[in-house]
Design a protein around this ligand. Structure first.
Ligand code: CA
Length: 231
């Protein structure tokens, strides 16, 4: 079997790192690890892992702070690992952009299943984008591969979920997507969260703002959803 994806573990419990590493390496994943968030951030930026396992309780900077820092920079799937059963941490973690959450002690088999699921979903999303690497709509130029957007020649800094919404609207090629569809496609795995269609509206509002002169391209279909004017 060929070597598979690169996984970064940010976790200070040595024995747990050892256990996860052993099991993932057995499955041919390439595993790196950091024992604190600062080192983890450096590694996440430099070695560009395909997935990150992130402990919440870390010395000095905690996992949530790590998440807040890294999320605007990368769209790598992140699975939180935590001994804390606190619902608040779970909600905050997912709101800050984590893709999933495992409460310790968890089964390694379950962890592997989640890892495989997130990697597959993420790769699928990337492949769809590759079909068309760049798109120009009016004054908007999008490079899906490099995650770059220019509006009237100037960069627009979209958060990963704003970018994902824009991508889905473009892939729908002018068809209307309902708020529920967008919710399902972007936040599907978080459906037990305090996330509802108003979250979609808030993201659309931010996306429009960032599209500046092209904001009116995204039109609202009252009581239903959104579409993008392609021409
Ligand atoms: Ca810890």
């Amino acid at each position: 079997m060929a070597t598979k994806e690169k996984i970064l573990i940010v976790e200070d419990e040595k024995d747990l790192v050892k256990l996860i590493r052993y099991n993932l390496e057995k499955e041919k994943f390439r595993v790196t690890s950091a024992r604190d968030a600062e080192t983890g951030l450096k590694m996440a930026r430099q070695s560009k892992p395909d997935l990150i396992l992130l402990d919440i309780m870390l010395p000095k900077m905690d996992g949530l702070e790590f998440l807040r820092t890294i999320r605007p920079e990368i769209d790598t799937p992140i699975i939180l690992l935590s001994a804390k059963r606190s619902e608040m941490d779970r909600i905050l973690g997912l709101k800050l952009g984590a893709d999933d959450y495992m409460v310790k002690p968890f089964s390694i088999g379950e962890l592997q299943a989640r890892i495989t699921g997130h990697l597959r979903r993420h790769a699928g999303a990337a492949t769809n984008g590759e079909a068309k690497k760049t798109v120009a709509i009016g004054d908007i130029n999008i490079d899906f591969e490099r995650h770059e957007i220019l509006v009237a020649g100037k960069p627009a800094r979209l958060a990963p979920k704003e970018f994902a919404i824009l991508k889905l609207l473009i892939e729908a090629n002018g068809k209307v997507l309902s708020r529920d569809q967008l919710l399902q496609m972007i936040w599907g795995h978080e459906k037990d969260m305090e996330i509802d269609t108003r979250t979609v509206d808030q993201h659309i509002a931010r996306l429009r703002r960032k599209l500046r002169s092209e904001r009116e391209r995204i039109t609202t279909v009252p009581n239903f959803g959104y579409q993008i004017r392609m021409k």
